[in-house]
Design a protein. Structure first.
Length: 255
């Protein structure tokens, strides 16, 4: 890698992305590999955050176009509500992009709380599915912006798959954390599937696996024909105050 380019990449990415587990604070041997990993995480942040939001808005625009083309199937009040919700999503996406830019410039990204992440993803899911949802989660903030985006990506992809394929009537979401880890689990009572039949090049699955692994975590899918299906992701805690933060907010909330 060109030395000047490497230096610029260091200056841009080191303040934004935390050190990977086992990586020294001073970037020495293997710095090119470390920089690639940080840039890959940044790419995932863009893909799993703002890009997915834009894809979701595009899908809703197409649905609205179809409803308008189907004469008499859409009233003005419904159309206005849909447009307002899409404008809100675009505003949120703009804020996410600005946050990424600010993080690259200054190294201080804003981090969504678990409450905010769940509220946004559940609102989107409930627009597409009538399944009853039970949530158990404490109120806390993930350790980093990358971790928050990864948690959001796991929830979004899991709920999207349920809405599109599972024909589920009940969904249970559990988010839990301890001093050494954060667990995200999504279970549905839908039709299930044979895990070995899932294409390993499926973009959504590959994205979740790589994203969680890149943050030092584990990702699993358990399912069988007839259900249930359980998607689990475990993330490591990365800062010294994790135990204190856990003790300060140890009571889970139900939604």
């Amino acid at each position: 890698m060109n030395p000047m380019l490497a230096q610029r990449l260091r200056e841009r990415t080191l303040p934004y992305v935390e050190q990977l587990p086992g990586t020294p604070t001073e970037v020495v041997a293997g710095e090119e590999d470390a920089l690639r990993k940080r840039l890959m995480r940044l790419a995932f942040d863009v893909h799993d955050g703002p890009m997915q939001s834009l894809i979701a808005v595009a899908f809703r625009v197409r649905e609205l176009q179809r409803a308008i083309a189907d004469a008499g199937s859409l009233d003005a009040e419904t159309a206005t509500r849909e447009l307002n919700e899409m404008l809100g999503e675009l505003t949120s996406t703009e804020a996410s992009l600005r946050n990424l830019i600010t993080a690259l410039e200054h190294g201080h990204p804003e981090i969504e709380t678990i409450d905010e992440i769940l509220a946004n993803e559940l609102a989107s899911f409930r627009r597409r599915s009538g399944a009853a949802v039970t949530v158990s989660a404490p109120s806390f903030q993930p350790d980093s912006a990358s971790q928050a985006i990864a948690i959001k990506a796991v929830l979004r992809e899991s709920l999207s798959n349920i809405a599109k394929h599972a024909n589920a009537s009940a969904v249970t979401i559990v988010v839990d954390r301890a001093p050494n880890g954060i667990l995200v689990e999504v279970e549905d009572d839908g039709g299930g599937f044979e895990v070995t039949d899932v294409r390993k090049d499926a973009i959504g699955l590959l994205s979740m696996e790589q994203r969680v692994a890149l943050l030092g975590g584990d990702f699993t899918i358990l399912s069988r024909p007839g259900g249930p299906t359980v998607v689990s992701a475990r993330f490591e805690r990365w800062f010294d105050g994790a135990a204190a933060a856990y003790a300060a907010h140890a009571t889970p909330a139900r939604r």
